[in-house]
Design a protein around this ligand. Structure first.
Ligand code: AMP
Length: 421
């Protein structure tokens, strides 16, 4: 007996149907926004991920050497691969570039409910748009995806890391350490780092500010607490709120939250996280923000905004809220009755499939009674009995599995009769 590796999942037919439902709603919405799908490899050169990711991500990488001795890593996220692709091949395309991609990513984390070592993300990036309209577009798509899945409990928390950066007159490495300690709510580390950097008085307002969350009215309060920060960042969030209103996003779907810092060092402006509040500890279903990374991969400076939604958690949220429609049942199960009827039964099932129905056929050679039991157990709506007597008249027997009613139907009208039953 083999066991699957820790932190991985097998998804059975019922689970896959749910995952495809969520994915398809996302794809539909992203395409309606003018995003186009791309795909990148599952593994990349190790240094792609060590180039810009914080130490957290690097510690969680699945790395290996291939038979040629190359250092490779399974992708832990999509931003770096997409940026590599953009800089290498897509950068001469008209801007902005609006891309989406979906697939599995890998992180060596401690597994628990909603936290796996292999999981799937739905990812979007806008490359080369102006900051404010692009940020609003990405946020609207993120919140809209949750709505399109049918979720009622949606809460995006929107911050602006630019505000905090404008308050921290340090080099990028020192800024990163301070922001990291804020992100982790590690106030001891925050105090000691700010002392080391000669600005201990910043600890108090920083600590206070990350507790501020709510509607636009908290922005004035945050501005008072973070008196030394540049006012632009606050105005930016106000304008973003106005744009979200124009997208038709109700104010109940999001709040401004000065405490959204996000772990990765590369965010420059707007940052956000989206929660499904009833998921408990793993309630965060997605996150994203504005950043500028292309230079790190050898391109020119260009603005980017993106998000990653966790497919696994979206499905959990949809299950919890009961938004996933029942799977489409098998329309017909075709049963050859008696010797010599298989060819005809295959022709019948093929005709139904061509007509766009979900149709299956006996592959075991069971007798009619056992086959009807089987049709019942797989939830087929109808059974089509292909027997010799009906065949002579160009007909079959159609049985409604729910009512048990059976009638003789001409082959020509069979698909319609199944649809109607
Ligand atoms: P991140 O790339 O860390 O911002 O994560 C984006 C989203 O991916 C999160 O909000 C989660 O929904 C999902 N996610 C992150 N890590 C995991 C994990 N280990 N297992 C399942 N989903 C995850």
């Amino acid at each position: 007996m083999f066991e699957r590796p820790r932190g991985t999942n097998d998804w059975g037919p019922e689970e896959m149907a749910k995952r495809r439902f969520v994915e398809s709603r996302f794809v539909q919405l992203a395409e309606s926004f003018g995003f186009r799908e791309v795909s990148t490899p599952t593994f990349e050169s190790l240094d792609l991920f060590t180039a810009k990711s914080g130490p957290g991500i690097v510690r969680e990488l699945y790395t290996f050497k291939d038979q040629g001795g190359r250092d490779l890593a399974l992708r832990p996220e999509f931003t770096a691969p997409l940026l590599r692709f953009y800089v290498g091949e897509l950068r001469s395309r008209p801007k902005p570039l609006k891309l989406y991609t979906m697939g599995n990513v890998f992180r060596y984390e401690e597994p628990q409910k909603g936290r796996y070592r292999e999981f799937s993300q739905l990812n979007v990036e806008i490359i080369g748009g102006a900051a404010l309209p692009s940020d609003a577009e990405v946020l609207a798509l993120g919140i809209g995806t949750m709505r399109a899945i049918g979720l009622k409990q949606v809460k995006a928390r929107v911050g602006n890391i630019g505000i905090l950066r404008s308050l921290l007159p340090f080099d990028p490495v020192d800024q990163a350490v301070v922001l990291h300690s804020l992100d982790k709510r590690n106030f001891e580390m925050l105090d000691s780092e700010l002392r080391r950097l000669g600005r201990p008085e910043l600890a108090e307002p920083l600590r206070k500010s990350i507790g501020l969350a709510g509607n636009a009215s908290i922005l004035a309060e945050a501005q008072k607490v973070l008196a030394g920060a540049s006012p632009e960042g606050f105005d930016y969030l106000r304008s973003l709120g106005d744009l979200l209103t124009a997208y038709g996003i109700p104010p109940t779907d999001y709040e401004f939250d000065m405490g959204v810092v996000r772990g990765l060092d590369y965010y420059t402006g707007m940052v956000f996280e989206i929660d499904s509040p009833n998921l408990g500890a793993e309630k965060q279903v997605g996150g994203g923000g504005a950043y500028s990374l292309a230079e790190i991969f050898g391109g020119e400076r260009v603005a980017q905004t993106g998000f990653a939604l966790g497919l696994d958690r979206l499905v959990m949220a949809a299950e919890a809220e009961g938004t996933i429609p029942a799977e489409r049942a098998l329309d017909a199960y075709v049963i050859p009755v008696g010797d010599g009827m298989r060819d005809r039964a295959v022709k019948v099932v093929t005709k139904l499939r061509v007509a766009g129905l979900r149709a299956d056929i006996d592959l075991v050679g069971r007798g009619p009674t056992k086959n009807l039991d089987y049709a019942n157990s797989v939830g087929a709506r109808t059974a089509v009995l292909v027997g010799e007597k009906e065949a002579r008249a160009g007909s079959v027997a159609l049985r409604n599995m729910k009512t048990g009613a059976q009638s003789v139907v001409a082959l020509d009208g069979l698909a319609e009769a199944i649809r109607a039953s």
